[in-house]
Design a protein around this ligand. Sequence first.
Ligand code: GLA
Length: 399
Amino acid sequence: MTAVPMLEAWDETEGTRRARALFAETFDGAPDGVWSAPGRVNLIGEHTDYNGGLCLPIALEHRTFVALRRRPDDRVHLVSEREGSSWQTALADVAPGAVSGWGAYPAGVAWALDQLGHPTGGFDAAVVSCVPYGAGLSSSAALECAFAMAFTAAPGWAGPDPGTDAGRAALAAACVRAENEIAGANTGGMDQAASLRSRAGRALLLDTRDGHVEHIPFDLTEAGLELLVIDTRAEHALVDGQYAQRRATCEAAAAALEVPTLREITPSGLDAALAQLDGDEPRRRVRHVVTEIARVEQFVDLLRAGRLREVGPLMDASHTSLAGDYEVSAAELDVAVRAARQAGALGARMTGGGFGGSAIALVPAGASPAVAEAVTGAFAAEGFTAPVFLVATAGPPAH
Ligand code: GLA
């Protein structure tokens, strides 16, 4: 039996070295600096962020590194280790609906900061990353947030101050605008908050009703646990219609219930709210959102009480609700979650937007290789592409 490999994160030195090397090879000379930002996994609170709800992500140790140098003109020239071709534009041409491709994320952040009164000039930049791509681990937020840091810190450029949480919240909002208005994905904001506002060793309790955050101790080692991330390799795309449809259904339900967002529906008011809605589908979507927000509160209560080992059933219930009521799971995610539990996980669930992407499993310390082995076996039996694994700890935010 060969051990299943775990995808290791690059350390700061390695990421910086790679970014500088790609920069030098492409543009000649040295960048003004290197900035980086992490991907994330969400512990619980899925599809709640665009409903004014609560979510609880951690930043991964896996990060995207950007080596950037200002240009005297307004050209943007980007290269990435992952993309076959370079991406170029003039900043003046960046506007909603006007640019596409991976460069729309960084160029969109420059556009959003300009809208806030913080113009950048043109730039050359080289991007390298060890955040798995298209895996539901927020590689796009990591890309946006690494550039957001560069745009505020490159010599002569300024913006919201990343030395304060308020500044980071403003940067996260600019990254969300870039993603919603320039890249065209109508996502909710959890990912950018996780990448910019998290702390090492803490889970980020984000209240999307008012943007308030709390840093909740999340020490897996102390609890004798590990968090195994399973990238199912099943394709997931947020720009496709399903995510937007879920969001539209929730917004229509909130309008029908005459509340600003579904956050205003409490668990005790749920039955009455459901009775006011027409149709089974909106009812199931609303039930997911309201029960999921309550699960975040229960999860946080357990963390605060030092009872991390007891959160498993909440993770399981979250998955059941996402698969059944919200219908955003996928066969690969269901198999991953089931196999992980059978192999001894205390709890497991899909994480992120769904329709593919990744699952997380909370496992006893040292059990990750055996659980990964079991999930790999279950995937082979189903004829699925082999999954990829990493072990997550709560890492530091963008810097
Ligand atoms: C994606 C989006 C987030 C959030 C999750 C679901 O990751 O980018 O804003 O809505 O899906 O919780």
